[in-house]
Design a protein around this ligand. Structure first.
Ligand code: ADP
Ligand code: MG
Length: 231
């Protein structure tokens, strides 16, 4: 696909091993993977302008080729309710990043739609030296980090594989709804798994992909963070 090819070859030309969040989300969009609306601000004024367009509450994040884990360096501030909060978050993020690494290259500050809280899932891809790309699925937070409740399939996967992956994790009952939590849109997750499989199958240069988290609603889902690492 056009935009994806352009982004990957540009990163390669610059000797980068990872895509910026803006680039990764553009790739996702081209592959039919839903992401939060975003725009890259290069000034405080621009950040406010984009926030006004995208709407409040909003989220600001650092975009730097030198920073992979953004919240570890104070590079993510969520829940900004008005232009004043956007201004101070913009400056706070740049200050936090500078304190962490004075030499970090800054591409800008990403202003993005704040996804309302709901059930979080993780979709990933890794490359096995023997079997090639494999797709990973799990529920977010403690399920992946503590319980390692995840499942894998070698790509390309079928729709049936995707459905199986979702229903075989131990946390699956949470997706079907419980107490006051409505059932999650399983179809939306199936589509994301299939499109992720298509993406990593089309582009062997992708070594690792991480949609973490994807927030799933009764209708639809939104990827709020996307990481793509290249060979
Ligand atoms: P990191 O590089 O640290 O993984 P993330 O982009 O994942 O940075 O942001 C950290 C956390 O902030 C996410 O796990 C999520 O809980 C929250 N977050 C980030 N972006 C959004 C958003 N657009 N809407 C709602 N929550 C968000
Ligand atoms: Mg993340």
């Amino acid at each position: 696909m056009r935009e994806t090819s352009r982004i990957l070859s540009e990163a390669c030309k610059q000797g980068r091993k990872s895509l910026l969040e803006t680039e990764a989300k553009t790739v996702c969009t081209e592959y039919g993977i839903p992401v939060t609306r975003f725009d890259l601000a290069r000034s405080e004024e621009e950040a406010v302008r984009f926030a006004n367009t995208i709407g409040f509450p909003t989220v600001l994040k650092i975009v730097s080729p030198d920073i992979i884990h953004k919240s570890d360096v104070g590079g993510v501030i969520i829940g900004l309710k008005n232009p004043d909060e956007v201004r101070s978050a913009y400056n706070q993020i740049l200050q936090n990043v500078k304190k962490h690494d004075a030499k970090a290259k800054i591409a800008g500050v990403l202003v993005q739609e704040m996804a309302p809280p709901s059930t979080e899932v993780i979709v990933g891809a890794i490359k096995d030296p023997q079997f090639g790309p494999a797709i990973m699925f799990g529920l977010g937070g403690v399920f992946v980090e503590v319980l390692k409740d995840v499942t894998f399939r070698v790509a390309p996967i079928t729709e049936e594989d995707a459905c199986e992956m979702i229903s075989e994790v131990k946390a699956y009952p949470l997706l079907k709804g419980y107490r006051n939590t409505p059932p999650a849109d399983i179809d939306a997750i199936v589509k994301i798994l299939l499109n992720t499989s298509r993406l990593v199958t089309d582009y062997p240069a992708i070594k690792e992909l991480d949609l973490n988290p994807v927030i799933v609603y009764e209708k639809g889902a939104k990827t709020v963070d996307a990481r793509i690492i290249l060979e």
